[in-house]
Design a binder for this molecule. Structure first.
Ligand code: ATP
Length: 405
């Protein structure tokens, strides 16, 4: 359909980037990235009109995002003609603007496109021998200044390497090292860096990528307060592995709770830092207030609870409940990650799977019917009920009712 609209508008349309990479690798990818040789915004508008979508244009960049009624989205970019004079863009006049668009991408494996116009539909455009790199499982940049132009690509290289199980080529690795040495991270504050870090921490297992980041000396840029050139030592790795296990365990429960695993990993990475340093990290990367508040609250609370539980191995379920009830899931998983005793993890897992869902066996309106006046006393009774239920002193509604009377 996009190809047909393009044909009508007298321009060429391509699908490009990660979508093409994953198509060849036979991996699912729903992020569709369209490049138009012509007017991308005009095409986006026509597509939205046909499919009842909404267009969000960015006139300055010639790009647009179309959001369809089912919330799926497509990004449309314009391969701009003013770049025609660029030396790398000339070999074939017909494709030159697309070639430049692809040349400006991060890695060869992400720099392919597929024709969408009906007459050429499905033809692969590969200017940079990308297919071969995919076959050889290699990650390499398109030109030597790539990381100087955009250092966030370093994080992307590491993420793809770890996720796809590819290898960054020696030459590209050398360019990364040069960029790091040249201290090119002076723009590290940009939220884009944090965005890329968050993507790494959102992978199923970010530990190999984190080890790679440490080996490439990226940690001092992200966490200057951690020891310079921090190696991933055994204790650090232990926390990360425990975080990974806690998250995997939680995912297997298939509970409806939405979690943000990157927060658990970030807390685990910063478990040996003080709150002050976490605040500095949040400031440096301009984290949104909600995330900032949550991270700080979960860190302080989980660490307090970990100490408390360490001192008291024989807590009753109700005592565990009151200790844990202020923590979010991310804080609870972080607590499991830093717990030094098996019994702490067991208590937290009981809390997550059952105890936290406890509902008093007598409802508020029943208490009212019994003559209690709503107010602080209500709360006390309900809290007390929760305690006796959790500790097994009250097993049925009858028990609960007689307990109150
Ligand atoms: P993922 O599967 O993680 O979404 P993706 O390759 O689709 O990977 P996106 O971040 O959605 O990644 O980016 C889409 C495309 O845009 C990439 O394939 C790449 O071609 C290009 N791109 C993204 N970020 C950069 C960057 N920093 N520099 C150059 N090109 C980039």
């Amino acid at each position: 359909e996009i190809g047909e609209i393009a044909e009508q508008q007298g321009c060429n349309a391509y699908v490009a980037g990660g979508f093409v990479r994953d198509l060849i690798l036979q991996v699912q990818n729903t992020d569709i990235d369209i490049v138009i040789e012509g007017d991308g915004i005009r095409l986006a508008k026509a597509l939205a009109a046909q499919r009842h979508g909404i267009v969000h244009p960015h006139e300055k960049f010639g790009t647009a995002t179309v959001i369809f009624p089912d919330q799926s989205r497509i990004d449309v970019a314009t391969a701009r003609l003013e770049y025609y004079d660029h030396p790398a863009a000339m070999p074939t006049v017909e494709h030159s603007s697309t070639k430049l668009d692809l040349y400006r991408r991060d890695f060869t494996i992400n720099a392919m496109a597929i024709h969408l116009n009906p007459k050429r539909f499905g033809i692969l455009v590969d200017y940079f021998n990308s297919q071969n790199d995919l076959k050889e499982r290699r990650i390499q940049v398109l030109h030597n200044l790539s990381f100087v132009e955009d250092p966030t690509r370093i994080f992307r290289a590491i993420r793809f390497e770890s996720r796809l199980d590819f290898t960054i080529t020696k030459h590209t690795e050398k360019l990364i090292k040069n960029t790091v040495q040249m201290n090119l991270f002076d723009r590290v504050e940009e939220p884009r860096f944090f965005h890329e870090l968050k993507l790494i921490l959102s992978e199923d297992n970010p530990i190999p990528a984190l080890r790679r980041m440490a080996a490439l000396k990226l940690f001092p840029f992200l966490w200057p307060d951690l020891r310079p050139n921090l190696k991933i030592d055994r204790r650090f790795l232990h926390f990360l592995t425990q975080a990974n296990q806690a998250i995997s365990w939680f995912k297997l429960l298939y509970l409806p709770d939405k979690i943000e695993p990157w927060m658990v990993y970030l807390l685990a990475i910063m478990s040996r830092s003080r709150t002050k340093e976490l605040i500095a990290f949040c400031n440096r990367f301009s984290l949104p207030p909600r995330q900032r508040r949550k991270l700080i609250a979960q860190k302080t609370e989980a660490e307090r609870v970990a100490q408390e539980m360490q001192k008291r191995p024989f807590l009753r379920p109700s005592e565990t409940y009151w200790l844990l009830h202020e923590l979010d899931i991310e804080g609870l998983l972080y607590l499991m990650a830093i717990a030094r005793k098996r019994y702490i993890q067991q208590a937290v897992s009981h809390y997550v799977t059952t105890w936290r869902n406890v509902v008093p066996l007598v409802r508020g309106d029943e208490l009212k019917a019994m003559g209690y006046i709503p107010g602080p006393l209500f709360r006390t009774i309900r809290n007390h009920l929760i305690e006796v239920q959790l500790d097994g002193q009250v097993g049925s509604r009858e028990d609960a009712l007689s307990f109150i009377q």
